[in-house]
Write a protein that binds this ligand. Structure first.
Ligand code: ATP
Ligand code: MG
Length: 557
């Protein structure tokens, strides 16, 4: 669905009015991630919203790293976030920005508040400060340090800045109202001591602004017109407005909130995703099982599927849980339209065509896609020995089984009709080979005797193919709400979330498959070559998603 065919959401309406009535001359939004982890599917909602609005209303969208906490942040995350935003298909306005670019200005503004008598250095221990803060039902009490003189505060803050105080010894607090019903207004900390190098500013600072002191002012400095954030920041808005109202800022951004994306069978919290990585439940942030954008990319999810999904779920102010089946639907839909077709046998069973000459090889042609003529046709070598799927052959079967049965016919996809004549078994009684006859007068037509085979199965030449490993992923969690209530999400990691198959045989053209290029392995699902594992001789293919929703079936049982 495009934005034209869908009713406008509340933010589109607000922006349209602001522009029409001249309150805002140009829309300016931003996406402000904290570089403390990789972006996940929840962030995609915010990215598509902020960048999408800028595109729709001919405005700009900045990428700004909200990097006020050096303890948890890393350059690796900065790079990954940039890669992921670009991959989703968006371009930020100018260079990427950093809240740390504004540390000098924020420090100036802290001094400004002190001089105005609106900030003070407080020596309460974190524990005492908690007691003084009060609760939701009880007002707080004034800190005994609240009435320090401007001179004393300036001198103490200077000492904090110069590293003359220990971490936790004191902090700078805004002087607002300890009895305010909104706890965020009870003299919040605006600067704290952290003797720690920062990934952008190095050793320059040992005091860092709080997120709340930095966020709104950064928006003002960048001339952001609409500061769009998630609902949990609604309670912080009065504080942001207080800072904006009490500081000589160059602009007054307005904040609007929308509901976060929650997906069932998924966790979207960087902290929890980091735990999965650190405790090795997965193999890194970009593990194809992860709901991170880099994990989804490596798994073969096209960026457009994610954009379509974000469009489909819409933007509201009410919290709800979205069925992950919707995301899967968008992925299948996109892949079905665009993924070239190919054949790959997962568990090979050898077939020998007794009436096909040894050493002969012909090249059959198969369409790249059932309807997309722009996708090139494939060349399939056809030889005396082939592989079919082990589960596609039975010695005996009832009529429901429309595959190869001893004494019966089946069509090889894009090729001839064969008939199973004889079974070869090993000492253990397992079938190791099926001897078949091939009817060479059946390419693109029914057999001359009019007996039409009931089934079509996929195959590859046993003489010319790509030996590969295939990784079958399933949902990372087996519970629809793995982190709800007081559940520990780690208890619900799906034990069958990865199955690795070796010795799979793919059609020869897949030797040239590139990572992120998706294929439909006919009758099997959508796959792409892994970007990390495998070699030129033996690639690894990741299953992006099956052809059908097996979970819906499971639930309807
Ligand atoms: P997390 O809880 O995963 O740590 P966060 O909100 O702390 O998420 P940020 O890096 O601060 O992560 O997020 C950057 C932006 O992405 C913020 O504006 C935030 O509101 C938005 N965002 C994060 N998670 C979601 C989500 N699940 N749905 C929609 N927007 C989200
Ligand atoms: Mg955050």
């Amino acid at each position: 669905m495009t934005s034209e065919s869908k009713p406008a959401h509340f933010l589109q309406n607000i922006i349209r009015e602001d522009l029409a009535e001249g309150r805002v001359s140009k829309l300016a939004t931003r996406f402000p991630p904290e570089p403390n982890g990789y972006l996940h599917i929840g962030h995609a909602k915010s990215i598509c919203l902020n960048f999408g609005l800028a595109q729709e209303f001919d405005g700009t969208c900045n990428l700004r790293f909200d990097d006020t906490n050096p303890a948890k942040e890393e350059e690796e995350y900065v790079d990954a976030i940039k890669r992921d935003v670009s991959w989703l298909g968006f371009e930020w306005n100018g260079e990427a920005r950093y809240t740390s670019d504004y540390f000098d200005q924020l420090h100036e503004w802290a001094l400004y508040l002190i001089r105005e008598g609106k900030a003070y250095v407080c020596h309460l221990s974190p524990e005492d400060a908690r007691h003084y803060r009060g609760t939701l039902t009880e007002p707080g009490r004034n800190s005994p340090y609240r009435d320090r003189s401007v001179e004393e505060n300036l001198a103490l803050f200077e000492q904090m800045k110069n590293g003359e105080m220990a971490e936790g010894e004191c902090s700078l607090r805004a002087k607002i109202d300890m009895a305010a019903p909104n706890i965020n207004l009870r003299d919040p900390i605006i600067y704290r001591i952290k003797k720690m190098a920062h990934h952008q500013t190095g050793d320059k600072w040992c005091i860092y602004p709080s997120y709340d002191f930095a966020h709104g002012q950064s928006d003002a400095l960048e001339g952001i017109s609409h500061s769009i954030c998630t609902l949990e920041f609604e309670d912080h808005k009065p504080l942001y407005d207080w800072f904006i109202g009490n500081l000589p800022v160059p602009a007054r951004p307005r904040q609007y909130e929308f509901a976060r994306l929650h997906l069932n069978y998924t966790v979207v919290s960087k902290r929890k995703l980091k735990q999965l990585v650190d405790e090795k439940h997965v193999d890194g942030w970009d593990d194809p099982r992860m709901p991170t954008l880099s994990g989804q990319r490596r798994r073969g999810v096209p960026p457009r599927a994610i954009r379509n999904f974000c469009e489909m779920i819409g933007v509201t102010r009410s919290d709800s849980v979205v069925d992950v089946g919707m995301l899967e639907y968008c992925i299948r839909d996109e892949l079905d339209k665009n993924a070239p077709r190919a054949m790959c046998v997962m568990e090979p069973l050898k077939v020998t065509l007794s009436n096909y000459p040894e050493g002969r090889e012909e090249t059959l042609s198969a369409p790249g896609h059932p309807v997309r003529d722009d996708l090139p046709a494939r060349e399939l070598p056809f030889t005396r020995t082939l592989y079919i799927e082990r589960e596609d052959f039975r010695e005996e079967a009832n009529k429901k089984y429309k595959r190869l049965v001893l004494g019966k016919k089946v069509r090889l996809r894009n090729a001839y009709v064969i008939q199973a004549e004889e079974v070869v078994k090993n000492d253990a009684g397992e079938i190791v080979e099926v001897i078949c006859s091939v009817d060479l007068d059946t390419l693109g037509k029914d057999p001359a005797d009019g007996v039409k085979p009931k089934g079509v199965i996929h195959w590859v030449s046993a003489e010319k193919n790509v030996d590969c490993e295939v990784r079958l992923y399933d949902r990372l969690f087996s519970d629809p709400a793995p982190d709800s209530g007081d559940k520990n999400f780690l208890d619900f990691v799906n034990p069958d979330n990865l199955k690795i198959l070796q010795g799979c045989k793919a059609e020869i053209g897949l030797a040239r498959a590139e990572p992120e290029q998706s294929y439909q392995f006919e009758r099997n699902g959508y796959f792409c070559r892994d970007s990390r594992y495998g070699t030129a001789e033996k690639p690894v293919f990741n299953r992006t998603i099956g052809l059908r929703d097996s979970w819906a079936k499971e639930q309807n049982k």
